[in-house]
Ligand binder design. Sequence first.
Ligand code: SAH
Length: 348
Amino acid sequence: MDIKSMTLEELKTMLAGEGEKPFRAAQLYDWMHRKLAEDYGQMTNLPAALRERLKEEHPLTALRPVDMQESAIDGTRKFLFALSDGNMVESVWMKYKHGNSVCISSQVGCKMGCRFCASTLDGWERNLLPSEMLDQIYAITRITGERVSNVVVMGTGEPLDNYENLLRFIRLLTDENGLHISQRNVTVSTCGLVPQMKRLADERLSITLALSLHAVTDEKRRELMPVALKWRLDELMEACAYYFERTGRRMTFEYALVGGVNDGPGDAQGLTALAGAVGAHVNLIPVNPIKERNFRQSERAQIEAFKNKLEKNGINVTIRREMGRDIDGACGQLRRRHIAEERCGLTE
Ligand code: SAH
């Protein structure tokens, strides 16, 4: 395992085994996870010989910023980072009154195949390491010079398809010896991998689990999301009920409104029943049309009517504020554009 993905305890054990003094582990951990050092050279209270050896034997993961777009409207910034192996991931930094939020990717590409999503068009490349998920937050903290208080795992990838690394990432991110972000301020979004949702419930974390629901009948959900071929809605809802029961945390249902597809009164009624049954909060997202598919956004009036119907039915509902409208391009588009340009020899 790479050194930045290790817990403090694991680091202690490893360094002790290599004959180092016990307090070196805490120093090293502090440099990596609190001072956010990018390389061993910065770790000036470690002996030079130790730094040299670590550099040789335990190379640190590092991200290289490749591109950045900033919204003139709300200051949202979209970052494209290159990983050590040259693969690229996108992360987004959003400024809210209650603090700064970062949306990170959990995989390079995605294998889930949701019809409206740009991140999955080129398929799945590999899982991100825990350190590579942390690195996105660390790099953005260094670049902006501002503290991150909320983290959402809603960028490219299916986090529950990278379960072990995700869990380790959450533990490191919320560790008191690191950035110490509150678990309550961490949201993980899933397209609905039922066994992993149940497993996550048993971890008894106080994070928020968001489910990308997007349709209220199996038939319609299967058209939009291939994952629905694997688990039916009743199985999914059972997992949601279990999650709530085990953790006491209300789930969020994400629902992308697609014009003429899932935005009718019957859909609102179905959504009321599903969300009501497990006490979920509903987050409506006007679908972000991608040029590769011909999905269109619902009309504004239709979105309002949909929201009002849910509200009248007693459902807790919000419409997702669209951040960075002007820099836009749906999630995953910045990365796709760069990959395409590279293939055509347009960059570097
Ligand atoms: N794989 C996870 C997390 C990544 S997607 C998941 O499915 O939840 C993050 C959210 O963005 C999901 O709710 C996803 O369905 C939604 N999404 C993807 N493409 C979108 C688009 N073009 N417009 C609106 N929402 C989209």
